[in-house]
Ligand binder design. Structure first.
Ligand SMILES: [Ca+2]
Ligand SMILES: [Ca+2]
Length: 291
């Protein structure tokens, strides 16, 4: 898979949008003024992080679930020896799978409410840069955003034990442990068998060293101060409500969620179109300047 920011050919058709889990949310696109600004600040051309070569469908979502079922063994360990904060693990796993299969992603957070899209390269960035910025700027509570993930049981905001039992590998467990309405922990479901649900998770522990407080970025997976922890496997026993750390768990504080693939398909197509239109207009502008 080429990792350079290759520009799409104007004739490159966007892959067909397939029917898949999720729903399209109204979200602002990249404005031309922003693309013009990037150009003004020295970006030569706007390319892609990776090209979307297929869209999310029931088939590719099923492949993703298969990969999640093997996630404990193949957890992505590009840097920090496989250490991650909880949401960073879910994102790193997703990004790696999407890159490998040419699938679109559109991750929205407070730092970039328009969403990070693989079809938009804001400079000469590579996959590693993209991954770093997405992980660094996205918190567990951002997975609550409808643009990123949707509840699998929309009739109720909160989960219950029956919802947990119906989970599948690849689903996200979003936990609101302090019950303030925002998720503060996230886990990847890797298997559901009878009364036992297995998850893989990262964790975050703040590094209290002074040098980290002053110079490090605890949220940056590439920083020497990254607070991500080694991946761990945990189990829920739905029969008796016990969790593998010895505590019991409260099913009502866990939402079963899945990525909003339908929205990402749509946003990647829209982003490619917006970038192509901007490039066409820019070419005309340059031709006119050279006249
Ligand atoms: Ca993060
Ligand atoms: Ca919370």
């Amino acid at each position: 898979m080429p990792m350079q920011c290759k520009l799409p050919e104007e004739t490159d058709p966007f892959p067909e949008l397939m029917s898949v889990f999720g729903e399209v949310i109204d979200q602002d696109l990249l404005p031309n003024s922003m693309l013009d600004n990037l150009e003004a600040y020295g970006t030569k051309d706007i390319g892609q992080i990776w090209p979307t070569t297929q869209t999310w469908s029931h088939e590719t979502a099923a492949l993703y679930r298969e990969a999640a079922a093997a996630a404990a063994a193949t957890a992505p360990g590009e840097d920090n020896q496989g250490s991650f904060s909880c949401e960073d693990f879910l994102l790193a796993f997703l990004l790696e799978f999407s890159l490998k299969h040419g699938l679109p992603v559109h991750i929205t957070n407070g730092a970039f409410p328009r969403g990070w899209n693989n079809e938009f390269n804001w400079g000469n960035h590579d996959y590693h840069d993209f991954r770093t910025v997405v992980l660094k700027t996205t918190a567990a509570s951002d997975l609550d955003r409808n643009e990123n993930a949707r509840n699998l049981f929309p009739q109720q905001d909160r989960g219950n034990i029956e919802h947990l039992r119906q989970a599948q590998p690849g689903d996200l467990f979003l936990l609101d442990q302090d019950d303030n309405g925002a998720s503060d922990h996230a886990q990847l479901v890797t298997s559901v068998e009878q009364d036992i649900i297995t998850i893989t998770q990262g964790n975050f522990v703040r590094n209290a060293e002074l040098s980290c407080t002053l110079f490090g970025d605890q949220n940056n997976p590439s920083s020497f101060c990254y607070g991500g922890q080694k991946l761990a496997e945990r189990t829920y026993q739905t029969e008796n409500g016990s969790y593998s750390n010895g505590n019991s768990f409260i099913a009502n504080n866990i939402r079963v969620s899945f990525w909003n693939f339908a929205h990402w398909n749509y946003m990647a197509a829209q982003t490619r179109q917006a970038v192509n239109e901007w490039r066409r207009a820019r070419k005309q502008r340059l031709n006119y300047a050279h006249w």
